[in-house]
Ligand binder design. Structure first.
Ligand SMILES: Cc1ncc(COP(=O)(O)O)c(C=O)c1O
Length: 501
């Protein structure tokens, strides 16, 4: 074999081909330059040491050193004395610094040097409700919330030529073709490929039902298989929307405890109709369900006749190792897979999908007709176009680098505290005593920073307390402001719980 492959970091393969005429160092220069140009390697990212990369590629260290020197000379890289080789900020992408002050009336205010786009509330804009208090019209009073609640991605990066082209083309498709309750065939086929590429699932398009998102998929499943009074399991702590959707369909929701690895399979009751779980990245604590527990979970489902609902909401974003393949791939008969573009694009696109065994897909499609439930056709076309052209994969790669930077900043600013689930997704949990968490939430709110208490994710009295900090939807400067404030507030001496005297 003359091709040697290495990774500058997870998700960025580099390869050298000894049989090619181009010198090895030039091959490396070309690949690294392209990765920096198209954003897969972002300003500030650290490259592997020349020794490590040379070892991985099976080339001499001089090859890598020569490549790095060339890129230094071109201004793509910068070295920080004694600390390694970093991607330089060649695009001088000027950061907007939102300075949050507190006015005399206790309301947060933004200093006048914040640009109009931020004042108009267009920064980030990912949370469906979270940013609703940012006025859209210019000239109105500014409510400069920094929103560190979890759930939303960075929608600011979507406005690209590829995104605009997809929506333009989607809108030109004549609206005579009804997609049907299964979804557009073209999109179903693309999603099946996407699953194969990214999640190790080999499923035919017929097993894919297009939905408006993971929650819509869960609702359709519940409407199809749950009878009033059926007991259904939801991870505890877990996704509260999953609980409410299931309860609204008449199910009796049973909290199923998790630990740092995810769902505790041994504690599952044997009389559940289904269990909702997030094995790739437990929401919100962040565990990755280990293989033996995956097998035990599948065995439990086989034994009890229950369905496993796998919500794979943010598996695109892992920063340490490649994610484990989806649980669905291990036993497609007992697992129902929920996918969504809510994290990879934005919730506002309103496109997700379910992968399940054929009769469930059929049952859900029929039920959906009865309920008048459908996914709009233009978003389906747009997502199909983004997938066909590779634009969604490119966007995800770019965002993975971007979120890795944000995550690094948050982890750095919260260094010394107990963090959970910080190697994947768009949020991290900071464990804190309940009274400290409450104090921090209050302090932050007075300074215009919105935080999410961990307790909110429990159906029963909380086992753990702290904060769930989302770093997807705010830019670095706002994250820095918000997390510094959190840090200061945690370290501030506690106030007495009641007014003294
Ligand atoms: C655990 C979990 N699942 C799914 C979603 C997304 O759901 P939907 O696709 O319905 O927007 C979220 C969004 O915050 C989530 O936290």
């Amino acid at each position: 074999m003359s091709v040697h492959i290495a990774r500058a970091r997870p998700g960025l393969p580099l390869a050298v081909d000894r049989a090619a005429v181009e010198p090895l160092s030039a091959q490396l220069v070309g690949q690294l330059r392209t990765a920096m140009r198209d954003g897969r390697l972002r300003a500030g990212e650290r490259l592997p040491s020349s020794r490590a990369l040379a070892g991985e590629l099976g080339v001499s260290r001089t090859v890598v050193t020569a490549a790095y020197e060339q890129l230094y000379a071109e201004g793509w890289l910068e070295g920080r004395h004694g600390s390694g080789t970093f991607v330089a900020d060649v695009r001088a992408d000027v950061e907007v610094d939102a300075h949050v002050d507190v006015r005399s009336d206790g309301q947060a205010d933004v200093r006048a040097d914040v640009p109009a786009d931020l004042r108009a509330g267009v920064e980030g804009g990912g949370h469906a409700d979270a940013h609703a208090d940012r006025p859209a019209a210019e000239g109105r009073v500014v409510s400069p919330m920094i929103d560190l609640r979890p759930g939303a991605p960075w929608a600011g990066a979507l406005d690209t030529p590829a995104w605009r082209r997809a929506w333009r083309l989607a809108a030109t498709v004549p609206p005579v073709t009804r997609p049907g309750s299964y979804g557009l065939p073209r999109l179903r086929a693309e999603l099946a490929n996407y699953m194969r590429r990214g999640r190790g699932i080999g499923c035919p398009a017929e097993r894919v039902l297009v939905t408006r998102g993971a929650t819509n998929g869960l609702d359709l499943l519940a409407a199809t298989v749950v009878r009033p009074g059926d007991r259904v399991g939801v991870e505890e702590p877990g996704y509260s929307d999953a609980r409410s959707v299931l309860a609204a369909r008449g199910a009796k929701v049973v909290p199923c405890p998790v630990d740092e690895h995810g769902l505790i399979v041994d504690a599952l009751p044997s009389d559940l109709r289904l269990v909702y779980t997030t094995p790739s990245h437990q929401y919100p604590l962040g565990g990755v369900l280990p293989v033996p527990r995956r097998q035990a979970l599948l065995a439990w489902a086989r034994r009890t006749g229950a369905l496993i609902v796998e919500d794979d909401y943010d598996s695109e974003f892992r920063y340490d190792v490649a994610p484990l393949p989806a649980l669905y791939g291990l036993d497609p008969d007992v697992v129902v897979y929920l996918g969504t573009t809510s994290k990879s694009l934005t919730r506002d696109v309103g496109v997700g999908w379910v992968v399940a065994r054929p009769e469930l897909i059929e049952g859900m499609a029929v039920r959906r007709e009865q309920l008048g439930d459908r996914t709009a056709v233009v978003p389906q076309e747009a997502v199909a176009i983004l997938l066909e052209r590779g634009d969604l994969d490119r966007h995800v790669r770019r965002m993975r680098a971007e979120y890795a930077r944000r995550r690094a900043l948050v982890v750095d600013l919260l260094d010394g505290f107990v963090l959970r689930g910080d190697t994947a997704g768009l949020h991290v949990v900071v464990e804190l005593p309940a009274h400290v968490a409450a104090q921090v939430v209050g302090d932050a709110a007075r300074h215009g920073v919105r935080l999410d208490p961990l307790e909110r994710h429990y159906a029963e009295p909380a086992g753990l307390s702290g904060l769930v900090i989302g770093y997807g939807s705010e830019r670095l400067s706002a994250l820095r402001t918000g997390c510094s404030l959190v840090r200061e507030s945690i370290l501030r001496p506690a106030r007495p719980p009641f007014p003294a005297g």
